[in-house]
Design a protein around this ligand. Structure first.
Ligand SMILES: Nc1ncnc2c1ncn2[C@@H]1O[C@H](COP(=O)(O)OP(=O)(O)OP(=O)(O)O)[C@@H](O)[C@H]1O
Length: 330
């Protein structure tokens, strides 16, 4: 059982981007990429964050490591509010919070050897030098299923899956507690995806890591996540324990997302696919109301007028929907 101590608490996090306005419009416009989301990640667990492209998953991850300055809300890490700390203080947390990205090639410096890519973090955050540094790099390479000999090579000499392993070795080099995995397997061949996920799980057990695992597809996070949060246009729609979310999705958007996952066994029973109709609302200066209302088949007047809060509908199962009880006969 994972330790239930909270490692990361996100409270009402907001990240707005300013959108260029035209000459005729004098008012500044905001793209509300993340608009007041809250969730916690417990030590040692994997929290899956899912939703369609553009719903704000990456922005959330980037705001946590301060690649983006949050517009509002709080980020509490291991009991300390790190929302407004100085870049110097943030360096201490950057050692504890690492990130791996979807495109390992874009995130690896092509002119650096693998040893230098992995060693960079050691140089910044530790005193490990010389032979000990090289030994550590070799150890990290073998841990992620690569060879010592790979240390002197360059990123272009590796396959996509191997590059992701290098990205993971770089992330674990300085012994972080939390790794934000931003779609780490989406760009990989299906056959390689499971290998990388299994490796991440093994490393989690060995090193006691906590993961925020971002994906656009629920099928990718099911296996690895303990709990899952479903985002839609900058809002959190549902949070539940992984199995509960799959067996008892309560939000109409989660139901639609799940209904679109192909089932490997064609004999397995499955409810019909829910096809989402209606336009996706614009994230630019969105009006009040549920962000999903324009595509929701249950939509009533209140949904267009009042933004629903994320509330605990069943134990440890949170949903932001005015009609959740009615739709699910609760
Ligand atoms: N630097 C930026 N400047 C302006 N808008 C941005 C910026 N980064 C993201 N956005 C916008 O914020 C919204 C959320 O983007 P984000 O990348 O967080 O979504 P996502 O759910 O991670 O999608 P994807 O899976 O495609 O990466 C989108 O509308 C995107 O266009």
């Amino acid at each position: 059982m994972p330790d239930k101590k909270v490692l990361l608490e996100i409270k009402g996090l907001k990240k707005y981007f300013t959108v260029k306005h035209s000459m005729v419009e004098s008012k500044r416009k905001y793209l509300k990429a993340v608009d007041g989301i809250s969730f916690v990640i417990n030590k040692g667990e994997t929290f899956g964050l899912v939703g369609e492209s553009g719903c704000g998953k990456s922005t959330t991850g980037r705001a946590i490591v301060r690649l983006y300055e949050p517009t509002g809300g709080k980020i509490i890490y291991d009991g300390e509010d790190i929302t407004n700390i100085s870049p110097k203080e943030m360096l201490k947390y950057r050692k504890r919070i690492q990130m791996i990205f979807q495109d390992p090639y874009a995130s690896l410096n092509t002119r650096m050897t693998i040893a230098d890519i992995i060693g960079e973090g050691l140089d910044i955050h530790t005193d490990i030098k010389g032979e000990a540094r090289m030994e550590r790099i070799h150890d990290l390479l073998t841990r992620v299923g690569l060879k010592k000999e790979h240390a002197s090579r360059y990123p272009h000499e590796f396959s996509g899956g191997q590059r992701q392993r290098i990205g993971i070795a770089r992330a674990i080099a300085i012994e972080p507690d939390l790794i934000i995995c931003d779609e780490p397997i989406s760009a990989l061949d299906v056959s390689i995806q499971a290998q990388v996920v299994n490796m991440l799980e093994d490393l989690q057990k060995e090193l006691g890591l906590t993961y925020l695992f971002i994906a656009h597809d629920l099928s990718m996070v099911k296996h690895i996540s303990d709990r899952i949060g479903v985002m839609y246009l900058g809002h959190m729609m549902e949070i539940a324990e992984s199995n509960e979310l799959y067996e008892k999705p309560l939000h109409p958007y989660t139901k639609a997302l799940l209904s679109s996952i192909p089932i490997p066994d064609p004999r397995a029973k499955k409810e019909g696919r829910i096809v989402l109709e209606g336009d996706v609302r614009s994230p630019i200066d969105p009006k009040e109301g549920c962000r999903f209302s324009s595509r929701c088949r249950y939509c009533e007047e209140i949904c267009d007028e009042v933004t629903p809060e994320l509330v605990e509908v069943l134990p440890d199962h949170f949903v932001a929907c005015h009609l959740v009880k009615k739709i699910n006969n609760l």
